[in-house]
Design a protein around this ligand. Structure first.
Ligand code: HEC
Length: 302
């Protein structure tokens, strides 16, 4: 009983991690526009990447940027926003981003002007005080608007949702998101291990005598030779795994002679599972540098 409960909790946790999703995808066009507005980084900029417009708020590090978290955090679907809440937040983002970008651009250009005046033109510090005050005022105004924004989000969400939002705002969104990243995909790897690896080994075999099927790196090398494009390769494999036949096979005829045609995996693996496994296979196999088995074994490599 306990075991079942643990297993259920575990699998629930796993699914909830794997299906975690941002409420909205970042719009690449918008990102490009922002980058354009940000322009060149100052040569004195201290970290690798400038966060524009966030860097130009008076309080730039110690307050959360909640609208972004609510929309784009990789697990932001945990908020269970209603349609109305979601559209309000999206609307807020649409108005806030251009305004803060415009203000940030103005602050940045004043800061660059300040650097130039004091470093290159060797102006007196006193002559720059007025500019410093102007920068301070502009940045303070941005932070005041930011406070209003936090307040609006607070009022829009239920207490429960707001608690979740703060939790999201304090965790690095990356760790969980990596699980669904293209290359490393534990769900796909586990599915492959349970559904395919009993026949197709994932490592280069050292002893060929007890193999029941070609190793997956060799299989994928041949699949990609016949179907270089990912979508074609995936479509071919999807069909083959469910309806294999000697006439469709792209592997070397020797392999079929040795192992026989692969038994259909219909009923063993579902199409949905294949949609997870096959793109991952394509992305990861053969591993970089793999040039075929190169084991004599009566097989002539041309
Ligand atoms: C019962 C053993 C077995 C299982 C399980 C199995 N395969 Fe195979 N597979 C084979 C054999 C044997 C071959 C080589 C003969 C052939 O190509 O039909 C093969 C060949 C292949 C090929 C090359 C097809 C071609 O054109 O020659 C692909 C792709 C493939 N398997 C994918 C998979 C995937 C993905 C899974 C898991 C969903 C899987 N196999 C599960 C035995 C198996």
């Amino acid at each position: 009983m306990k075991k079942i409960a643990i297993a259920t909790t575990l699998s629930f946790m796993l699914t909830s991690i794997l299906v975690a999703q941002p409420n909205m995808q970042k719009n690449p066009e918008g990102m490009k526009k922002l980058a354009q507005m940000a322009g060149e980084k100052s040569p004195y900029y201290r970290t690798k990447k400038e966060a524009f417009p966030k860097d130009y708020f008076l309080v730039s590090q110690n307050l959360p940027f909640l609208v972004g978290v609510a929309l784009f955090h990789p697990n932001s679907d945990e908020l269970n926003l209603t349609k109305e809440q979601l559209s309000k937040l999206a609307e807020m983002k649409k108005t806030i981003v251009p305004v803060s970008a415009k203000n940030a651009k103005a602050v940045k250009s004043m800061e660059l002007e300040l650097a130039k005046a004091i470093v290159e033109e060797k102006k007196t510090p006193e002559s720059q005080y007025e500019l410093v005050d102007k920068i301070a005022k502009a940045k303070a105004d941005m932070t005041k608007a930011h406070l209003k924004c936090i307040n609006t989000v607070q009022n829009l969400l239920s207490d429960e949702q707001f608690k979740t939002l703060l939790k999201l705002a304090t965790q690095k969104g990356k760790s969980k998101n990596n699980l669904v990243a293209k290359k490393s995909n534990p769900e796909a790897e586990n599915l492959f291990k349970t559904k395919c690896a009993s026949c197709h080994t994932m490592t280069k075999p050292t002893d060929m005598s007890n193999l029941v099927a070609p190793a997956i790196m060799g299989v994928m090398r041949h699949v990609k030779m016949s179907y270089p494009a990912k979508d074609k390769a995936v479509a071919f494999m999807k069909d083959y795994v469910l309806n294999p036949s000697e006439s469709k096979a792209i592997c070397m005829p020797k392999k079929i002679k040795k192992f026989g045609v692969m038994p259909s995996q219909k009923g063993v693996v579902s199409e949905a599972e294949l949609d997870v496994i096959l793109p991952w296979l394509y992305d990861n196999f053969p591993p970089k540098g793999f040039k075929g088995m190169g084991h004599g074994n009566g097989m002539k490599m041309r």
